[in-house]
Design a protein around this ligand. Structure first.
Ligand SMILES: [Zn+2]
Length: 391
């Protein structure tokens, strides 16, 4: 049996990570008879249940049985990001099986904030979703821009447990500060354009070079009383001098994607707005998406350290927490070859690893495929019976 263990680690695993399973419980807090109760999670690492997670190509992050060395649970990342759409008991079960995302005290309960935990989970899911969407053969550009917007403007989250050496913070984009500070002060070049014509010519637009924007339309937006981030996007679009930088590309993607609906919120409802867009527009969206994915992953790798294994004369990694291991597993993912797809069975909706070129595999397992076929059969049968009765 120990042979399997040796083989798995030495031949397949790119990294491994030791942790403890968790005991997670929910406390109901009643503050006033007229108010809905609030809930808190309490969590404690279980010293009697140490566990080992490992990452191997084509298999993703897996849990290894400590005694036999065999794989006890595969697709930990897929299960983790599926929790966003699952009832709370599934989240608790996950933590009991695979431990908490950060180090927590052993055999001693500490309170953690549920909302912050769910925000961290959702952000990782958005990153995996964005990676999958840009790797898909048939790309949905509306979905890709929506994920870019969601990640770029995601509410910042801080998280600390008693056992952590420093507070975890989600990635903050300097671009958002640049956007917020953008004003309507015009450069000399723009003032000259205003004097000579009715349009501003955006020479350095990376999608549509020399794009013309009507000055009257620009002023309408700038002077409107309704505060909106689109106003800032427009100011930056007209005012940003740089050529071909990532700031320029993000601004161009945001401006051209939002110019019809004029707000981040309503963009989600304009599903057909980015159909049949030019090759250059598509390429710039992908460039921005890749940048966002890189930022999300890089900012989550700073709790991982290279260490040299003197005995085996091999490189290895020290990983501080499960969240880092999850991000490290997508860092190793070769998205040109494989991607995560969500199971099309609505009762399952688990994310599973699939070859990028496989477009037909819609279900995570044969079981899910059979279940959906059965559901469809039953539904059709009911409709037929109804028809017969009405005749
Ligand atoms: Zn499934």
């Amino acid at each position: 049996m120990s042979e399997i263990k040796e083989n798995f680690f030495e031949n397949n695993a790119l990294f491994k990570f030791d942790t403890y399973s968790c005991d997670m419980v929910t406390d109901v807090i009643h503050t006033s008879p007229n108010e809905e109760p609030s809930y808190n999670y309490k969590i404690s690492a279980n010293s009697l249940k140490p566990i080992t997670l490992a990452y191997a190509p084509k298999q993703g992050l897996v849990r290894i049985n400590k005694i036999t060395g065999s794989i006890e649970e595969s697709n930990i990342l897929g299960r983790f990001i599926s929790l966003c759409d699952k009832p709370e008991k599934e989240l608790i079960k996950f933590m009991n099986d695979n431990g908490f995302i950060f180090p927590v005290e052993i055999d001693n309960y500490e309170t953690i904030k549920k909302e912050e935990l769910l925000n961290i989970l959702t952000r990782l899911k958005l990153t995996v979703e964005l990676m999958s969407n840009i790797s898909s053969i048939k790309k949905d550009y509306h979905k890709i821009v929506l994920s870019i917007i969601n990640l770029l403007f995601y509410r910042p989250v801080e998280f600390t447990t008693d056992s952590m050496q420093s507070t975890y913070t989600t990635h903050h984009y300097d671009y958002v500060d640049l956007l917020k500070s953008s004003g309507d002060t015009l450069s000399d070049k723009r003032k000259q354009q205003e004097f000579n014509s009715d349009v501003y010519t955006i020479e350095n637009d990376t999608i549509f070079p020399n794009y013309e924007i009507n000055i009257a339309d620009y002023n309408d937006i700038i002077c409107s009383a309704i505060p909106s981030i689109f106003k800032n996007i427009m100011c930056l679009y007209v005012g940003l001098d740089s050529k071909n930088t990532i700031e320029r590309k993000i601004t161009d993607v945001l401006y051209h994607s939002l110019k019809e609906c004029k707000s981040l919120e309503s963009f989600g409802n304009t599903k057909n707005s980015l159909k049949n867009i030019s090759d250059n527009f598509q390429k710039t969206i992908i460039d921005v998406a890749k940048y966002i994915i890189g930022e999300e992953i890089n900012s989550n790798l700073n709790r991982i350290y290279p260490v040299y294994n003197m005995d085996k004369i091999t490189p290895s990694w020290k990983i501080d927490d499960l969240l880092s291991a999850l991000y490290f597993s997508i860092f190793y993912l070769n998205s040109e070859l494989e991607l995560y797809r969500q199971c099309a069975n609505p009762r399952c909706s688990k994310w599973f690893l699939v070859r990028t070129t496989t477009t037909k595999k819609k279900y995570c397992s044969q079981e899910c495929c059979n279940r959906v076929t059965q559901d469809k059969y039953r539904k059709n049968k009911r409709i037929e019976e109804k028809k017969k009765k009405s005749v």
